[in-house]
Design a binder for this molecule. Structure first.
Ligand code: ATP
Length: 324
């Protein structure tokens, strides 16, 4: 093995640059060259690759997003698109690929490795934390902290006005961000796709919390919850409702993706970037590197993307018990 390629794909996640630096520096230490692929799979099948050396990744650890760029590519979903990608890698003399991304990106990576003759190793990079084979994905910690900062600000205004806020957070089909942000932000409830929402019980609960003397009430809603925060609010307080607490709905949106990565995401990114290079040198293919209970973990790529990870039920119980 002489030359690796690395790309970031799907939704950007803070910490992807730490992975890039980890890959480039670990490869450099092992005497390998690296080419960086621009804009994920879109750049791969078009041959947008440039050599990237140890100096080129200086001073990027603190930068959010991904300096390589990312994209969602429809062409790569076709066999022809992936054939072009393999051809481009051959032309560039690439004999191993590291893909950093979420479940879709890893599914694409798995197909690419299955159909082509170049080994591929995946690194979990998504704010959603919805991949199996790793306790945490790169970007999750920063995204939760960003959501939390916004929730803290909302609490200030909610408290001043004695208001109820429904706050929608990201996370796709998983409730990881909503659960962690809810516990850390002192929410009265976090509504997640993993648990069915009892609208009547929630209405009672928010009413009770003001009756108990609370000055504010925060309900965190995962984007995967049917109808989102607006839908939940309108179910709790339909137009003909007798109960109408002073409430507002807000969606945190894409701000959750941005910002400088946290220590955890930088360290995890560094470790897994380095581990991906070691895995390729050891002959691994179609696996994802991850961290489980602080130990390095290799799992088949197919498990990582097909077995979705969800927050453990004990965290829902914790939030419930403490929200009083
Ligand atoms: P995030 O979880 O942050 O949204 P992701 O990696 O899941 O990231 P996707 O948009 O699902 O993001 O996937 C990124 C890219 O991976 C797609 O644009 C497409 O090029 C490729 N991809 C996704 N699914 C497949 C698939 N089934 N077959 C081939 N390629 C795929």
């Amino acid at each position: 093995m002489q030359r690796l390629a690395v790309l970031t794909s799907g939704g950007d996640a803070p910490g992807m640059n730490a992975v890039l630096r980890g890959v480039v520096r670990a490869a450099d230490a092992a005497g390998l060259e690296v080419v960086g692929v621009r804009d994920g799979y879109r750049g791969l099948h078009r041959g947008w690759m440039e050599p990237i050396d140890a100096r080129a990744v200086s001073g990027i650890l603190h930068i959010g997003g991904t300096i390589l760029g990312t994209a969602r590519s429809r062409t790569f979903r076709s066999v022809e698109g992936r054939e072009d990608a393999v051809k481009m890698m051959h032309e560039a003399g690439v004999d191993g690929l590291v893909v950093v991304g979420g479940d879709g990106s890893l599914q694409g990576a798995d197909l690419l490795a299955e159909e082509g003759d170049i080994p591929v190793v995946g690194v979990p990079g998504t704010i959603d934390n919805d991949l199996a084979g790793t306790d945490f994905t790169i970007g999750f910690d920063t995204a939760v902290n960003t959501a939390l900062e916004a929730i803290d600000r909302i609490r200030d205004t909610a408290s001043s006005h004695h208001r109820l806020f429904f706050i929608e957070v990201m996370g796709r089909h998983a409730g990881w961000i909503a659960t962690y942000a809810g516990i850390a932000g002192g929410a009265t409830a976090s509504l997640v796709p993993e648990q069915e929402t009892d609208i009547d019980a929630l209405r009672e609960r928010v009413r009770d919390s003001f009756d108990m003397g609370k000055r504010f009430c925060l309900v965190v809603v995962a984007e995967g919850e049917p109808g989102g925060a607006r839908g939940v609010a309108s179910q709790i307080f339909p137009e003909d409702s007798e109960v109408d607490l002073d409430h507002r709905v807000t969606s945190l949106g894409h701000m959750q993706r941005g910002g400088s990565p946290s220590m955890r995401d930088r360290v995890l990114g560094a470790r897994l970037g380095d581990a991906a290079v070691t895995a390729l040198l050891d002959g691994a293919n179609r696996i994802m590197v991850g961290e489980v209970r602080l130990e390095l973990n290799h799992c088949p790529m197919v498990d990582a993307w097909s077995e979705q990870s969800h927050p453990p039920a004990h965290l829902f119980g914790l939030l419930d018990r403490l929200a009083r």
